[in-house]
Design a binder for this molecule. Sequence first.
Ligand code: FE
Ligand code: FE
Ligand code: FE
Length: 163
Amino acid sequence: MAKEKNLEVLFVETLKDVLHAEKQILRALPKMARGAASPELKQAFETHRDETEAQVERLQQVFELINKPARAKTCDAILGIIEESKEVMEEFEGSEALDAGLIAAAQAVEHYEIARYGTLKTWAGQLGFKEAADLLDQTLQEEVKTDKLLTKLATMRVNKKAA
Ligand code: FE
Ligand code: FE
Ligand code: FE
Protein backbone atom coordinates (compact mmCIF):
# COMPACT_ATOMS: atom_id res chain seq x y z
CA MET A 1 0.00 0.00 0.00
CA ALA A 2 1.34 3.40 -0.94
CA LYS A 3 2.12 5.62 2.04
CA GLU A 4 0.01 8.75 2.16
CA LYS A 5 2.14 11.73 1.14
CA ASN A 6 0.91 14.39 3.52
CA LEU A 7 2.58 17.29 5.35
CA GLU A 8 3.38 15.13 8.36
CA VAL A 9 5.27 12.64 6.17
CA LEU A 10 7.15 15.54 4.56
CA PHE A 11 7.95 16.93 8.02
CA VAL A 12 9.37 13.61 9.23
CA GLU A 13 11.40 13.08 6.03
CA THR A 14 12.86 16.59 6.36
CA LEU A 15 13.70 15.97 10.03
CA LYS A 16 15.65 12.88 8.92
CA ASP A 17 17.48 15.00 6.36
CA VAL A 18 18.51 17.62 8.91
CA LEU A 19 19.51 14.93 11.45
CA HIS A 20 21.95 13.53 8.90
CA ALA A 21 23.17 17.06 8.12
CA GLU A 22 23.82 17.86 11.81
CA LYS A 23 25.74 14.61 12.30
CA GLN A 24 27.96 15.45 9.32
CA ILE A 25 28.46 19.00 10.62
CA LEU A 26 29.43 17.60 14.03
CA ARG A 27 32.26 15.70 12.32
CA ALA A 28 33.30 18.59 10.06
CA LEU A 29 33.51 21.40 12.64
CA PRO A 30 36.57 20.08 14.55
CA LYS A 31 38.42 19.78 11.22
CA MET A 32 37.43 23.34 10.32
CA ALA A 33 38.57 24.52 13.78
CA ARG A 34 41.95 22.85 13.25
CA GLY A 35 42.18 24.37 9.78
CA ALA A 36 41.34 27.93 10.81
CA ALA A 37 44.26 30.33 11.21
CA SER A 38 42.70 32.99 13.46
CA PRO A 39 42.07 32.09 17.12
CA GLU A 40 38.66 33.81 17.00
CA LEU A 41 37.52 31.65 14.10
CA LYS A 42 38.87 28.50 15.77
CA GLN A 43 36.89 29.43 18.90
CA ALA A 44 33.73 30.11 16.88
CA PHE A 45 33.93 26.66 15.27
CA GLU A 46 34.59 24.96 18.63
CA THR A 47 31.67 26.74 20.29
CA HIS A 48 29.36 25.80 17.45
CA ARG A 49 30.54 22.19 17.59
CA ASP A 50 29.26 22.03 21.19
CA GLU A 51 26.00 23.70 20.17
CA THR A 52 25.64 21.21 17.32
CA GLU A 53 25.89 18.33 19.77
CA ALA A 54 22.93 19.80 21.68
CA GLN A 55 21.09 20.36 18.38
CA VAL A 56 21.34 16.64 17.57
CA GLU A 57 19.86 15.88 20.99
CA ARG A 58 17.07 18.41 20.35
CA LEU A 59 16.23 16.68 17.06
CA GLN A 60 16.08 13.36 18.89
CA GLN A 61 13.63 14.98 21.33
CA VAL A 62 11.50 16.15 18.40
CA PHE A 63 11.35 12.58 16.99
CA GLU A 64 10.32 11.37 20.47
CA LEU A 65 7.59 14.00 20.75
CA ILE A 66 5.99 12.84 17.50
CA ASN A 67 6.57 9.13 18.25
CA LYS A 68 8.86 8.44 15.31
CA PRO A 69 12.24 6.70 15.34
CA ALA A 70 15.18 9.14 15.06
CA ARG A 71 16.52 7.92 11.74
CA ALA A 72 18.81 9.92 9.49
CA LYS A 73 18.44 10.13 5.73
CA THR A 74 21.36 11.16 3.51
CA CYS A 75 21.44 14.93 2.96
CA ASP A 76 23.23 15.38 -0.35
CA ALA A 77 23.27 19.16 0.06
CA ILE A 78 25.36 19.11 3.25
CA LEU A 79 27.72 16.50 1.80
CA GLY A 80 28.34 18.86 -1.13
CA ILE A 81 28.86 21.92 1.06
CA ILE A 82 31.27 20.02 3.36
CA GLU A 83 33.14 18.73 0.30
CA GLU A 84 33.59 22.34 -0.84
CA SER A 85 34.95 23.31 2.60
CA LYS A 86 37.54 20.50 2.33
CA GLU A 87 38.55 21.78 -1.10
CA VAL A 88 39.05 25.32 0.18
CA MET A 89 41.10 24.04 3.14
CA GLU A 90 43.35 22.05 0.83
CA GLU A 91 43.70 24.67 -1.88
CA PHE A 92 44.24 27.64 0.44
CA GLU A 93 46.23 25.95 3.21
CA GLY A 94 48.86 28.34 4.54
CA SER A 95 47.48 31.27 2.54
CA GLU A 96 46.13 34.58 3.83
CA ALA A 97 42.74 33.84 2.23
CA LEU A 98 42.21 30.53 4.07
CA ASP A 99 40.00 31.90 6.85
CA ALA A 100 37.90 33.92 4.39
CA GLY A 101 37.29 30.69 2.46
CA LEU A 102 36.48 28.74 5.63
CA ILE A 103 34.01 31.39 6.77
CA ALA A 104 32.32 31.35 3.37
CA ALA A 105 31.99 27.56 3.56
CA ALA A 106 30.69 27.71 7.14
CA GLN A 107 28.11 30.33 6.19
CA ALA A 108 26.86 28.09 3.37
CA VAL A 109 26.32 25.41 6.06
CA GLU A 110 24.49 27.84 8.37
CA HIS A 111 22.31 29.17 5.56
CA TYR A 112 21.27 25.63 4.63
CA GLU A 113 20.41 24.96 8.27
CA ILE A 114 18.50 28.25 8.60
CA ALA A 115 16.43 27.32 5.53
CA ARG A 116 15.70 23.85 6.91
CA TYR A 117 14.89 24.85 10.50
CA GLY A 118 12.75 27.78 9.34
CA THR A 119 10.68 25.38 7.25
CA LEU A 120 10.54 22.67 9.93
CA LYS A 121 9.46 25.14 12.61
CA THR A 122 6.64 26.44 10.39
CA TRP A 123 5.46 22.94 9.50
CA ALA A 124 5.59 21.82 13.16
CA GLY A 125 3.32 24.77 14.01
CA GLN A 126 0.92 23.96 11.17
CA LEU A 127 0.78 20.32 12.28
CA GLY A 128 0.02 21.34 15.88
CA PHE A 129 3.37 20.14 17.30
CA LYS A 130 3.86 23.15 19.57
CA GLU A 131 6.68 21.73 21.69
CA ALA A 132 8.54 20.50 18.61
CA ALA A 133 8.16 23.94 17.02
CA ASP A 134 9.73 25.54 20.11
CA LEU A 135 12.70 23.14 20.04
CA LEU A 136 13.23 23.74 16.32
CA ASP A 137 13.09 27.49 16.92
CA GLN A 138 15.80 27.25 19.61
CA THR A 139 18.12 25.62 17.10
CA LEU A 140 17.11 28.10 14.39
CA GLN A 141 18.14 30.98 16.69
CA GLU A 142 21.55 29.34 17.32
CA GLU A 143 22.16 28.98 13.59
CA VAL A 144 21.20 32.63 13.01
CA LYS A 145 23.49 33.74 15.86
CA THR A 146 26.37 31.70 14.42
CA ASP A 147 25.81 33.11 10.95
CA LYS A 148 25.93 36.66 12.35
CA LEU A 149 29.13 35.93 14.28
CA LEU A 150 30.74 34.57 11.10
CA THR A 151 29.72 37.72 9.21
CA LYS A 152 31.27 39.82 11.98
CA LEU A 153 34.53 37.84 11.90
CA ALA A 154 34.65 38.04 8.11
CA THR A 155 34.10 41.77 7.90
CA MET A 156 36.17 42.79 10.93
CA ARG A 157 39.36 40.78 10.57
CA VAL A 158 39.63 37.85 8.27
CA ASN A 159 38.76 39.48 4.95
CA LYS A 160 41.05 42.39 5.80
CA LYS A 161 43.94 39.94 6.06
CA ALA A 162 42.99 38.34 2.76
CA ALA A 163 42.96 41.64 0.88
FE1 FE B 1 23.17 22.95 13.35
FE1 FE C 1 19.24 18.04 2.84
FE1 FE D 1 24.97 25.41 12.50
